[in-house]
Ligand binder design. Structure first.
Ligand code: FMN
Length: 313
């Protein structure tokens, strides 16, 4: 019966069989794990954020479990763009699932170089990481400046022929202003949100747990922040929004869709639940839609903007 329910969706030119995409940074540094995720039902995969040169990232501890989520400060470890060619080529041979190449750079020159190489390797879209909360000189330090965001989006847009998505941080005064700048520069979609700046102190030793002290909070606790960001962006900026942050169940994803997301990404839940989460989420989503009489995903997208609360006087 669930076969009659259509959960396919579209982000720019990417056609997705369901709305569930693997978020950047989780089981996506090598082709083997990405192929495994694709086989388990993900509609698309975002790669680990890749930079110009190999980076080791920060010393351990880089990740700590806290109430309702995790805080990580990996420091963007990655093999560098040249070594990444093999991973992309190998995954493209084994799956038809769209691959979104995530990149980070210190300026528009680095972003353009990375985007062009990713395109040559065969990715289907680019995600600009403008939002990493813990890597000095990258991410949020760039993504909190509307002018820089517009400039990077515009230069990358004119360098490649595939869609570009701008991934934004909630750690700014006005995420809508940043999203508008990304759109002005030519971004085809907005991904919101990256992890939220956070910290944990070990009270036994009186020191921050993470070697970098400050990291990014992800998982269940950040969902209401992500929902608010997606709602505000989709209300004010007329390009598709990909929701991410704290999605563990189909109900969480439905909330994002109703807030205005056209698709969602799953990160920490791949740890909390398992790598089979993608198929499970799609089945749960179809079951929920059937129960409530929805036939197509498009009926859910942006519903919270369309409905009026009944006021009884
Ligand atoms: C261990 C870890 C590594 C991450 N690495 C990246 C990364 O390289 N690039 C990026 O854009 N986001 C990265 N993120 C952020 C996630 O893609 C996602 O935006 C965030 O975790 C919120 O989603 P979640 O609550 O489903 O995990 C990382 C998150 C975690 C937990």
């Amino acid at each position: 019966m669930n076969r009659l329910i259509d959960t396919s969706t579209k982000i720019s030119s990417l056609i997705l069989k369901n709305p569930f995409i693997l978020a950047s940074g989780i089981m996506d540094e090598d082709a083997g794990s990405m192929i495994r995720i694709a086989k388990n039902g993900a509609a698309a995969i975002v790669t680990k954020s890749i930079g110009v040169k190999p980076r080791e990232g920060y010393a351990n501890p880089t990740i700590v479990e806290v109430d309702c989520g995790i805080i990580n400060s990996m420091g963007l470890p990655n093999p560098g763009i040249d070594a990444y060619m093999e991973e992309i080529e190998s995954i493209k041979k084994k799956t038809s699932v769209p691959i979104i190449g995530s990149i980070f750079g210190k300026d528009e020159k680095e972003f353009c170089l990375l985007a062009k190489k990713m395109e040559t390797y065969g990715v289907d879209a680019i995600e600009l990481n403008l939002s990493c909360p813990h890597a000095k000189g990258y991410g949020l330090e760039i993504g909190s400046n509307p002018k820089k965001v517009e400039n990077i989006a515009s230069k990358v847009k004119s360098s490649v022929n595939i869609p570009i998505f701008a991934k934004l941080s909630p750690n700014v005064t006005d995420i809508v202003e940043i999203a508008k700048s990304a759109k002005k520069g030519g971004a085809d979609a907005i991904t919101a949100i990256n992890s939220v700046k956070a910290m944990k102190i070990d009270i036994e030793i009186g020191l921050p747990v993470l070697s970098n002290k400050i990291g990014g909070y992800s998982g269940k606790a950040i969902k209401p922040i992500g929902i608010r960001c997606v709602y505000e962006i989709s209300k004010n900026v007329d390009i598709p929004v990909i929701g991410v942050g704290g999605i563990l169940t189909a109900e969480d994803a439905i909330e994002y869709l109703m807030a205005g997301a056209s698709a969602v990404q799953i990160g920490s839940a791949v740890y909390y639940r398992d790598v089979n989460i993608f198929d499970k989420l799609d089945n749960e989503l179809k079951g929920w839609m059937k129960k409530y009489g929805y036939k197509k995903l498009s009926e859910l997208i942006g519903l919270a903007h369309k409905k009026q609360r009944k006021v009884i006087i």
